[in-house]
Design a binder for this molecule. Structure first.
Ligand code: GDP
Ligand code: MG
Length: 597
C-alpha cells in the first residue's frame, strides 16, 4: 500500500468513556469482522479484561475503509491500555502512530485519564480529533464539554465529531475524519529496513508474536532480520496483519503495522522499542528506543496450601512468559513457607496477576503487604534497594531512608473537594496546585507512593461516590522518617504483615492493624495478644479473648450427621487458614488488616 492511503491512529479516553465500544463500531461498520463473529469489546481479549472492562495490552486491528473520495484506505487502530499502571505502555505504542481520536463522554466531560492520555498523544506529536461520545444520553452536554476540552486541554474542539458508539450514530463521520484530518505516515520504501518493535506476546500455538511498525524499507516472509539492541538474529516464519485475527501477508512496507513470528522463545528476548532491520544491508541508525518498564510495587505471593507450591511456580512462569513487566524470585518466609516475591507496574497489575493465578490455575494465595522500593542508606556508606520490609537491616546501622513520590492529578466535583483534600493530607500529601474547570476542581498533589499503593484509589472512590478521577506519575525519591513496623501474634512476628511506615503515623497504623486483626482472627482456646512494634518497642496492643466452647458442643453428641457436617465445614475453612505457631490466621486477614479506614 502506498503511504498516502494509510492512516495509523490510537484512541485515547478515560476509562468507560467508550473507547472499546467505538473500536467495535469501526470494525463492524467496515465489515472487518463477519457479523456472526462480532462480539462486544472485540479487542479486549482476556476474560479479566472483559470483566473489569479494561484493556491491559495494546491491541491492534487493520481496517479497510472505502472513503467518500472513492479511494480505499488502510486504517491501523492501536487500542492502548486505559489504566494508569500501564501508562508507560501507552506512551510507547503512541510512538507507532501519527494521530489520536480523543474520546470524551459528553455526559461526563474531561477526566484525569483523559488528560494523562491526551498529553501523551501531544508528546508524541499526534494530530488529535476530538470525539464526543454518548450523545444519546439525556445528560450529554456537548457545548460544555467542548469548552472544557479547549480550556483544560487547550486544543480546538470546534470540529469535534458527535457520536453515540452505542447506537452507531456518527460513526461514518469518525471514519471520514480519520482519513481527512489525520496525516498519512512518512517513510522511504527504498531505504534499508527500519521497523519499530511495538509489542510482543506469547501465543501457545505460535510462540512469541512480535508487533512492528515499519518506518523505512520492506519486510517479507523468509527475511533474515536482526534486532539492533539485543543483537539477536532470526528468520521471519510468518508475517501477518491483525484483522483482528491474523491474516498472512507477503510484505509490509513503510507506514504499515503487522506482526511476525520467528521461533523466538520468550517475550523477554524482545525489547519493546528495539529497531528491527535486515541482517544484511541493514540500517545503521537505530530508533531512539525506550527504557524498559520497571516494576514499582512488590509483594509476596504464597500458596495457602503448601502442597501447591510447584503449581504456583508453574503458574507464575507461564504468566511471566507473556508479561515481561512482571518480575519474580523465590522467597521463603518463616511463617508462610515457600513462595515468590513479585514485582508489578502498579496495584491493578498486581490484582490482575493474583486473580489469574487464583482463577486460571485454581491456587489459593496469601498476598503479603504490597511494598514500594525504598533506598536505604547505611552508615557504612553502602546503599540497599529494599523491596521487602522483611529484609530491612537493623535500624541502628541505617543512616537514612528515601521513598518514591508521585505527582497525582485528581479531578473532582466541587462538593467532594474537601474530602479529597483531607484524604491526600492524611496520606502525607503536599498540595501543589488547585484549579477549577466548570464545576470541577483539579488538584495536583505530591504524595508518597507507599501511601497510595494499598487502598488510596478505593478510598478516593468511596469519599467521592465514584465521581473523582485519578492519575499519577512517578516523580523520584525523597528522604523521610521511615521505620519498619512488625506485627506479633501470640508473641511471634508475622513477617507477611511487616511494613514500612512513616514514624509519625506508626502508632495510628499499628493501632488500626491490631484492631482489625482482632476482628479477623477467630478466637482460640487460649488468649492471644496482638501487638505492633518498632524495633523492640510495642506501640499498639490488643488481646483476643479465649474461646471456651467447641463448635460441636451444642449438638449434645446426639445428631451425628450434623456433627460431621460441622467438622467438615471447619476442615474446609482450615484450608484457607495458615498456622502461625499455635494460632490460625485466615487468608483474608492478610489483605484486610492492611486496609485503612
Ligand atoms: P472504555 O473503558 O473506554 O473502553 O469504555 P467501553 O467501550 O467499555 O464503554 C463503557 C460503557 O459505556 C459500556 O457500558 C458501554 O456500553 C457504554 N457506552 C459506550 N458508548 C456509549 C454510548 O454512545 N452511549 C451510551 N449510552 N453508552 C455507551
Ligand atoms: Mg475498553
Amino acid at each position: 500500500t502506498d503511504l498516502a492511503h494509510i492512516r495509523n491512529f490510537s484512541i485515547v479516553a478515560h476509562i468507560d468513556h467508550g473507547k472499546s465500544t467505538l473500536a467495535d463500531r469501526l470494525i463492524q461498520l467496515t465489515g472487518t469482522v463477519a457479523e456472526r463473529d462480532m462480539k462486544d469489546q472485540l479487542l479486549d481479549a482476556m476474560d479479566i479484561e472483559r470483566e473489569r472492562g479494561i484493556t491491559i495490552k495494546a491491541n491492534t486491528v487493520r481496517i479497510e475503509y472505502p472513503a467518500k473520495d472513492g479511494e480505499t484506505y488502510i486504517l491501523n487502530l492501536i487500542d492502548t491500555p486505559g489504566h494508569v499502571d500501564f501508562a508507560y505502555e501507552v506512551s510507547r505504542s503512541m510512538q507507532a502512530v501519527e494521530g489520536s481520536l480523543l474520546v470524551v463522554d459528553a455526559s461526563q466531560g474531561v477526566e484525569a485519564q483523559t488528560l494523562a492520555n491526551v498529553y501523551q498523544a501531544i508528546d508524541a506529536d499526534h494530530e488529535i480529533v476530538p470525539v464526543l461520545n454518548k450523545i444519546d444520553l439525556p445528560a450529554a452536554d456537548v457545548d460544555r464539554v467542548k469548552e472544557q476540552i479547549e480550556d483544560v486541554i487547550g486544543i480546538d474542539a470546534s470540529e469535534a465529531v458527535h457520536i453515540s458508539a452505542k447506537t452507531g450514530l456518527g460513526i461514518p463521520d469518525v471514519l471520514e475524519a480519520i482519513v481527512t484530518r489525520l496525516p498519512a505516515p512518512k517513510g522511504d520504501r527504498d531505504a534499508p529496513l527500519k521497523a519499530m518493535l511495538v509489542d510482543s506476546w506469547y501465543d501457545p500455538y505460535l510462540g512469541v508474536v512480535v508487533m512492528i511498525r515499519v518506518i523505512d524499507g520492506v519486510i517479507r516472509k523468509g527475511d533474515m532480520i536482526r534486532m539492533m539492541q539485543t543483537g539477536a538474529r532470526y528468520g521471519i516464519d510468518k508475517l501477518s496483519v491483525l484483522r483482528p485475527a491474523m491474516q498472512d501477508i507477503k510484505e509490509l512496507g513503510p507506514g504499515e503495522i503487522g506482526v511476525f513470528t520467528a521461533s523466538i522463545k520468550q517475550v523477554r528476548d524482545t525489547k519493546v522499542g528495539d529497531t528491527i532491520t535486515h541482517e544484511k544491508k541493514g540500517t545503521d541508525t537505530p530508533l531512539p528506543g525506550f527504557k524498559p518498564s520497571q516494576p514499582v510495587v512488590f509483594c509476596g505471593l504464597f500458596p495457602v496450601d503448601t502442597n501447591d507450591f510447584e503449581d504456583l511456580r508453574d503458574a507464575i512462569e507461564k504468566l511471566a512468559l507473556n508479561d515481561a513487566s512482571f518480575t519474580y524470585e523465590m522467597e521463603t518466609s518463616a511463617a508462610l513457607g515457600f513462595g515468590f516475591r513479585c514485582g508489578f507496574l502498579g496495584l491493578l497489575h498486581l490484582e490482575v496477576i493474583r486473580d489469574r493465578i487464583e482463577r486460571e490455575y485454581d491456587i489459593d494465595l496469601i498476598t503479603t503487604a504490597p511494598s514500594v522500593i525504598y533506598h536505604v542508606y547505611m552508615k557504612d556508606g553502602s546503599k540497599l534497594d529494599l523491596h521487602n520490609p522483611a529484609d530491612m537491616p537493623d535500624a541502628t546501622l541505617v543512616s537514612h531512608i528515601e521513598e518514591p513520590r508521585i505527582k497525582a492529578t485528581i479531578l473532582v466535583p466541587d462538593e467532594y473537594l474537601g474530602d479529597v483534600l483531607k484524604l491526600c493530607q492524611d496520606r502525607r500529601g503536599i498540595q501543589e496546585d488547585l484549579t477549577y474547570a466548570g464545576a470541577r476542581a483539579m488538584v495536583v498533589y505530591d504524595l508518597p507512593l507507599n501511601e497510595v499503593v494499598f487502598d488510596f484509589y478505593d478510598r478516593l472512590k468511596s469519599v467521592t461516590k465514584g465521581y473523582a478521577s485519578f492519575d499519577y506519575q512517578l516523580m523520584g525519591y525523597r528522604e523521610d522518617k521511615l521505620v519498619k513496623m512488625q506485627v506479633l501474634v501470640n508473641d511471634e512476628p508475622v513477617d507477611a504483615l511487616s511494613m514500612m511506615v512513616h514514624r509519625d503515623r506508626a502508632e495510628m497504623r499499628g493501632r488500626a492493624m491490631c484492631e482489625k486483626l482482632k476482628e479477623l482472627i477467630p478466637r482460640h482456646m487460649f488468649k492471644i495478644p496482638i501487638q505492633a512494634a518498632i524495633g523492640g518497642k510495642v506501640i499498639a496492643r490488643e488481646t483476643l479473648s479465649a474461646l471456651r466452647k467447641d463448635v460441636t458442643a451444642k449438638c449434645y453428641g446426639g445428631d451425628v450427621t450434623r456433627k460431621k457436617k460441622l467438622l467438615e465445614k471447619q476442615k474446609a475453612g482450615k484450608k484457607r487458614m495458615r498456622q502461625f505457631g499455635k494460632v490460625e490466621i485466615p487468608q483474608e486477614a492478610f489483605i484486610n488488616a492492611l486496609k485503612m479506614d
